[in-house]
Ligand binder design. Structure first.
Ligand SMILES: [Cu+2]
Length: 128
């Protein structure tokens, strides 16, 4: 009787210690950690042009305008009919855009300033 109580105490103590170690950290199921992707914008292209993501994982795009005019960075749904996220990037500046895809698929990316997309400022985000 006494021994089993001691065993129980040990088990409980271990559990508490493990919980304390894992506090705020990695052992509990949590959303996937985000990632940061650097993108250069110039006339008239993004580099890189293809991005990858995971459903539920936040992507922080850091867009660096290395061109000579303003640009923007727009993420659209698969057929391009709906803007899902957008940021402007002034000449010589950087901007960040957080996007957490909620569905798998291929998303369109472009700069929608007049003529830019047509000149080649497009990309795609492939989410699995
Ligand atoms: Cu542009």
């Amino acid at each position: 009787m006494k021994f089993s109580r001691l065993s129980l105490l040990v088990v409980v103590s271990l559990a508490v210690a493990l919980a304390a170690c894992g506090g705020g950290g990695g052992s509990a199921p949590q959303p996937a950690a985000g990632k940061t992707v650097n993108v250069d914008a110039t006339e008239f292209a993004f580099n890189p042009t293809t991005f990858s993501g995971t459903v539920g994982q936040k992507i922080t795009f850091k867009i660096n305008n290395k061109g000579t005019v303003d640009h923007n960075f727009v993420i659209l749904n698969a057929d391009g009919s709906q803007e899902l996220a957008k940021t402007e990037v002034k000449v010589g500046a950087s901007a960040t855009l957080d996007f957490t895809p909620t569905a798998a698929g291929e998303y369109q990316v472009d700069c929608n300033l007049p003529g830019h997309k047509e000149a080649g400022m497009v990309g795609k985000l492939i989410v699995k």
